[in-house]
Write a protein that binds this ligand. Structure first.
Ligand SMILES: *[C@@H]1O[C@H](CO)[C@@H](O)[C@H](O)[C@H]1NC(C)=O
Length: 492
């Protein structure tokens, strides 16, 4: 009995001396230094208190990823996530958490902050009672063992571009909405630049939806604003130029004629949204369709060979025909514009494809049966106005434009394209591999696709225009336009 006490006392004393040596050696001064010294290595991956992501996740080794995962066990309550009760219907049914990563960065920093406090208390308690200190040490050893057991589970693939908010679209809706991705060649080069920490110039062009109509504040809640918010959060850089160049009530014709004036020459990414404003009932050979193709060709040939994305808005109340006064699935220019996007290998996410089923079933927050504004007419009838407290359930602000969460859904579709590209870039060996052209990303694989990619890159390096296929619409030859008669002042 007495022998055991002696051994225990000796062990505790030895621990205390070791701790003292550790804390006082090598000019360690002040409590901050002590805390840092006692802090487990894994907790130092990220400075405590920072809300930034802990550097590029795709560059972390598997061990580091496991350590990070360790930090996330047990997960703290996601206190900062705004509740999204309205989105629950479809999200609950879809894979839970598959895309609900809005709070991951905040979660990480929360856990990291908690970690160092325990050793700090330990250091303060040490001089007062060696036995107590030993007890604490045993407890912390047990905790470490438990964490090591948890860390054995394989780390999930890190998300290289998480959404900075709780999503309104479920994972299933997002997948349905990304109707066409293509090889992702230009897009993945752009995203590789972002992942490598380079600044980009991103531009949105389109009509009133892109301008921000329907949002409570177009500066902060339009889909371009939300999309730029995502880009800045996922790939922060002070020199990004993110510009919304939309003009209400325009279609592709205006922008095709005045591309040079309306779209900055240094654009790396151009989002094109004209689907609602393009007349639905026209043949491909009409001037409108020819203009849309001409616009795509001009954008693709811009100096930096920008990534182009064709985004489709869907106006429920303006899709009438074939015996239905609203909500006809196919009455929109979308079919034609998608076909052109596919011809040019341009990703084209679609709001209709993402949320049509939920709209038709009048499921919140995609309900169409009321709108936020008063006295709206559609098909000769007044559309009921949603009371203020139920507005979050209804997708449209008026009979054309989405409300705030509708704009958010459009932004999530765009972010989804970027996030898909980021996953592909990470899987292809990271941004350097893609920027060097050493990987043939996008699944095309074969030698021909790679040759075309190299030719494209060579042309770009030499400042030449990108090589395009012949026009899709017969005889829609490129014209050097000098017809842009718009007043420069009117475009400011
Ligand atoms: C919109 O948001 C911006 C930025 O926060 C703010 O400066 C502006 O006053 C807001 N506009 C309105 C109408 O609330």
């Amino acid at each position: 009995m007495a022998g055991q006490q002696l051994v225990a006392g000796f062990l505790a004393g030895a621990c205390f001396v070791t701790l003292l040596l550790l804390l006082t050696s090598e000019g360690c001064r002040g409590p901050a230094c002590l805390v840092e010294r006692l802090q487990p290595l894994s907790a130092r991956l990220q400075p405590a208190g920072s809300l930034q992501r802990p550097g590029p996740l795709w560059q972390l080794t598997q061990q580091q990823q496991q350590q990070q995962q360790q930090q996330e066990q047990p997960p703290p309550q996601p206190t900062e996530q705004p509740a999204e009760p309205a989105a629950a219907v479809d999200q609950a049914a879809a894979e839970p958490g598959a895309d609900g990563d809005g709070g991951s960065a905040a979660q990480q920093s929360l856990t990291v902050q908690e970690e160092p406090t325990q050793p700090q208390q330990q250091a303060q308690a040490a001089p007062t009672g060696a036995a107590k200190e030993k007890q604490q040490q045993q407890a912390s050893e047990q905790q470490q063992q438990k964490q090591q057991q948890l860390a054995v589970a394989p780390a999930p693939p890190a998300d290289p571009a998480p959404l900075p908010w709780a999503p309104v679209l479920s994972a299933a809706q997002l997948k349905r909405g990304l109707s066409f991705y293509g090889t992702g060649q230009r897009l993945e080069r752009l995203v590789a630049k972002l992942m490598a920490g380079q600044p980009i110039t991103a531009v949105t062009i389109g009509g009133s939806v892109t301008w921000g109509a329907g949002a409570t504040n177009r500066t902060t809640h339009s889909f371009p604003a939300r999309f730029f918010e995502f880009l800045s959060a996922a790939f922060p850089h002070k020199d990004h130029a993110l510009m919304n160049k939309a003009i209400s009530a325009t279609n592709a014709g205006t922008f095709a004629t005045c591309t040079e004036r309306l779209v900055p020459a240094e654009s790396d990414l151009v989002v094109v949204e004209f689907t609602f404003n393009e007349a639905p009932e026209l043949p491909y050979t009409s001037p409108n369709r020819r203009s849309f193709e001409a616009l795509l060709r001009k954008l693709l040939r811009m100096p930096r060979s920008p990534a182009v994305v064709v985004l489709h808005h869907y106006g429920w109340y303006h899709s009438a025909g074939d015996g239905i006064s609203a909500g006809l699935y196919y009455r929109a220019a979308e079919t034609h514009l998608s076909t052109m996007a596919q011809y040019y290998d341009i990703p084209s996410p679609s709001l209709r494809n993402a949320v049509y089923q939920e709209m038709q079933a009048d499921i919140a927050p995609f309900k169409y049966s009321k709108v936020h504004m008063c006295c709206m007419q559609a098909g000769g009838k007044e559309v009921p106005q949603a009371a203020e407290e139920e507005r979050r359930q209804y997708f449209y602000n008026d009979v054309i434009h989405p409300a705030d969460h509708g704009h958010q859904a459009l932004a999530e579709l765009l972010a989804g394209v970027i996030r898909s590209a980021a996953r592909n870039v990470a899987a292809a060996g990271g941004p350097a591999a893609v920027l060097d052209g050493s990987s043939s990303s996008g699944g095309g694989g074969g030698g021909q696709a790679q040759q075309a990619q190299q030719a494209q890159q060579q042309a770009q390096q030499q400042g030449q225009q990108a090589v395009l296929p012949p026009p899709m619409i017969p005889g829609n030859a490129d014209q050097a336009t000098t017809l842009c008669a718009m007043q420069a002042r009117g475009l400011a």
